[in-house]
Write a protein that binds this ligand. Structure first.
Ligand code: HEC
Length: 112
């Protein structure tokens, strides 16, 4: 990679990072925890899925969770259940929910 490309790449990463922090500045995990009562039948309040077709959300990055929730809301990503769930969520609620699930710490153990 040329030096100029490295600079461009760095600038891109920085601008993605900055736009992310601007968008999520006021995310409140405590609010998200309350909102997550709507999600717990499938994803658990702790982010560990309760039904086999739902993914675990615990410890997922806020960036990723917000992106997916917005994609469901806009119809870019389709799922019968998630489309209904996200239909009336505001950007603020999406950030709060994402902040809640990101804030859960996960420990894993891999098979020997
Ligand atoms: C009725 C069950 C149900 C409820 C309630 C529900 N979800 Fe989901 N959720 C699913 C299923 C099933 C999927 C997998 C969708 C797919 O296969 O594409 C999913 C996917 C997701 C994903 C994508 C995760 C990934 O790794 O790509 C996120 C984020 C998510 N849900 C968040 C939420 C939040 C936040 C709520 C509450 C506001 C919620 N869900 C409520 C069933 C549910």
């Amino acid at each position: 990679m040329s030096a100029l490309n490295k600079v461009r790449c760095g600038a891109l990463i920085m601008s993605v990072y900055l736009s992310f922090s601007a968008n999520t500045f006021a995310a409140d995990p405590a609010e998200g925890r309350i909102l997550a009562t709507q999600c717990k039948t499938c994803h658990g309040i702790d982010g560990i899925a309760k039904i086999p077709i739902a993914p675990n959300l615990a410890g997922e990055s806020q960036i990723y969770l917000e992106k997916q929730l917005k994609a469901f809301r806009s119809g870019k990503r389709e799922n019968e259940m998630m489309s209904v769930v996200t239909k009336n969520l505001t950007d603020q609620q999406i950030s709060d929910l994402a902040a809640w699930y990101e804030s859960i710490s996960v420990t894993v153990s891999i098979p020997e």
